[in-house]
Design a protein around this ligand. Sequence first.
Ligand SMILES: [Zn+2]
Length: 344
Amino acid sequence: MKATVMYGARDVRVENVPDAQLVEATDALVIVTRACICGSDLWPYNAMVPSEVGNRMGHEFIGLVEAVGAQVRTIKKGDLVIAPFAWSDGTCEFCLQGLQTSCVHGGWWGGTMLDGGQGEAVRVPQADGTLVPLRVSPDDALMPSLLTLTDVMGTGHHAALSAKVGPGKITAVVGDGAVGLCGVIAARRLGAERIIILGRHPARIALAREFGATDVVSERGAAAIGRVLDITSGRGVHCVLECVGHAEAMLTALSIARPGGAVGRVGVPQQDTIPNGQGSFFANVTIAGGPAPVRAYMNELLPEVLEGRIQPGKVFDRITRIEGVPDGYRAMNAREAIKVMIRF
Ligand SMILES: [Zn+2]
């Protein structure tokens, strides 16, 4: 089968690899129908140390179940299923509390040991806990929005929950990538009174406004912080969704939160220290967030998509076949595309 393998920075290849197959009795074999490239795939795209064996890529996919292991109970051959960006058993203490990204029997797609979503098929461990059947056709018009539930929409929702978004709250979203844009959807859905998007790319800003952003701050760094403080009478915002991950974004997020406010961080941190430690300490700012348990959020967000109340699939502005995946990485990295969908 064909799959995407990254061998180093800017070195993404589509290659023939061994066919995915069942290994454990709790596995399912899924033939991928849709997948996509994530903003987080761009971190290794820019910085991966060269590797001889390479890393299989992709953690966002929908597909058809081809076979299941002997112990799989709820998933069956022929089901169209959606997979969250981490796999999980659904039964351990962390899964039961809705934190499937900390599953004691769970893990992450791709790398050197497992199939990734950017390939023709995937061995899915812990199929009963991981996969959610979809009662629509593989070519349904809702497929782009459903695909966002594998990661970016659930991650934006996690940022909003971690930032304690609710009715009447003034909310800022740092980052205008797909996660930030989905964060705008989530903040609006949770009742934020005002939503300030921090970003500068015209197409992304236009989409943010369509999703519910009320204010745009296109400055960066200290100027951005100053603008947000101006907008909020010098107080800062109640809620900040940090959807980037590098130090400048985190510094901005912590500097625009008002006393008693909260920052929900979902951008993968690219450093080990948190900036503005003293300022955020003396302002009693809550810092929360992490890898989103999107498996838990599917229950809540799936009806929202199926019934047309949210349309996060609009973040996809380019579609490719698997042969075009390397150029998809290039286009997202060059900010020519917000998010690239792969059709099989
Ligand atoms: Zn678990």
